[in-house]
Design a protein around this ligand. Structure first.
Ligand code: COA
Length: 287
């Protein structure tokens, strides 16, 4: 499928989704959000894809946040439906300069299910955020919904929503404290400050930092190592670790037991154990 705002590329078992509005620092508009969700469905269905990498096109940005032009005019009905109907331009003209006309309850309904971030979070294969530059607002929230965050030493990360009088709406207020702790999350969200990659690494917001010119090669190396493992074991291991963010310890431990029992029914478990004992590399079937 062809997309306007993202580029899809596969390197063997690793698929890249590149945000492609470099002149707007890859700010996410409604169309891009819809296209990412569609691409995720495409990647989910493609068995050849084992690991997904998100990154930004151009030299400057991963994603510099939600498209602020859209935030300026969005109403409960104008956001998604009109964008899909191609009426957004008319809507922008009609609403230019007007205050946003939605009640608190309408706003609540609008953002009850921030679908994009949930779609990333619930994707069953490993997802890596390859943070190549500005990673702000919705960009940071998208990275937080990924499994591993790998940054360029040029990256700058933050939740600057407070600077325009709003707050994170793509899961940032919930996922950020789970990653960096309450105090640091509070500091980032309340000050709106951007932090450089080294500081993001120090507080655990990103997992690796590489020199900018090595970012892609190093990310591909990590993605390829994961892609070599049994797809069924990777999927269940990811599911078990993800469960830790949603469950209490006792419930999570029971969940792990259930998933651990399940893995013993797979052919890949038989193959993995036999290959080890026979001192040969395993041949995974993903079953
Ligand atoms: N939404 C819409 N457009 C955006 C954008 C966003 N979130 N972030 C950047 N852009 C656009 C700029 O308007 C500019 O467009 P123009 O050339 O048509 O004027 C273009 O991208 C380049 O950005 P610019 O601000 O000129 O680059 P810079 O290097 O001087 O500054 C940033 C970079 C990231 C510091 C700055 O763009 C910024 O603060 N962006 C907003 C970040 C933000 O608040 N995100 C959260 C939104 S909820």
């Amino acid at each position: 499928m062809a997309y306007d705002t993202i580029l899809l590329e596969t390197r063997g078992p690793v698929a890249f989704i590149r945000f492609n509005r470099p002149d707007k620092l890859n700010a996410m508009n409604s169309k891009m959000k819809d296209e990412i969700v569609a691409a995720l469905q495409e990647m989910e269905a493609d068995d050849a894809v084992r690991v997904l990498v998100f990154t930004g096109q151009g030299e400057k940005a991963f994603v510099a946040g939600a498209d602020i032009n859209e935030l300026a005019v969005q109403t409960p009905t104008s956001g998604r439906e009109h964008a899909l109907a191609g009426q957004q331009v008319l809507d922008v003209i009609e609403n230019l300069g007007k205050p946003v006309d939605r009640t608190a309850l309408e706003q609540w309904d609008l953002y009850r299910q921030p679908f994009l971030y949930d779609a990333v979070d619930r994707f069953t294969k490993p997802v890596i955020a390859m943070i190549n530059g500005y990673c702000l607002g919705g960009g940071c929230e998208l990275a937080l919904a990924c499994d591993i965050r790998i940054a360029s030493d040029r990256a700058q990360i933050g939740q600057p929503e407070i600077n325009i009088g709003i707050l994170p709406g793509g899961g940032g207020s919930q996922r950020l404290p789970r990653v960096v702790g309450l105090g640091k999350a509070m500091q980032l969200i309340l000050t709106g400050d951007r932090i450089p990659a080294a500081e993001a690494h120090r507080i655990g917001l990103v997992d690796e930092v590489f020199p900018h010119d090595q970012l892609e090669a190093k990310t591909l190396e990590i993605a390829s190592r994961i892609a070599e493992k049994s797809p069924v074991a990777v999927r269940l291991a990811k599911q078990a670790v993800k469960a830790s963010a949603r469950m209490g310890l006792d419930e999570g431990l029971r969940y792990e037991q259930a998933v651990f029992s399940l893995i013993f029914t797979t052919r890949d478990k038989e193959e993995g154990v036999r290959a080890f004992l026979e001192k040969r590399p395993p041949k995974w079937t993903g079953t």
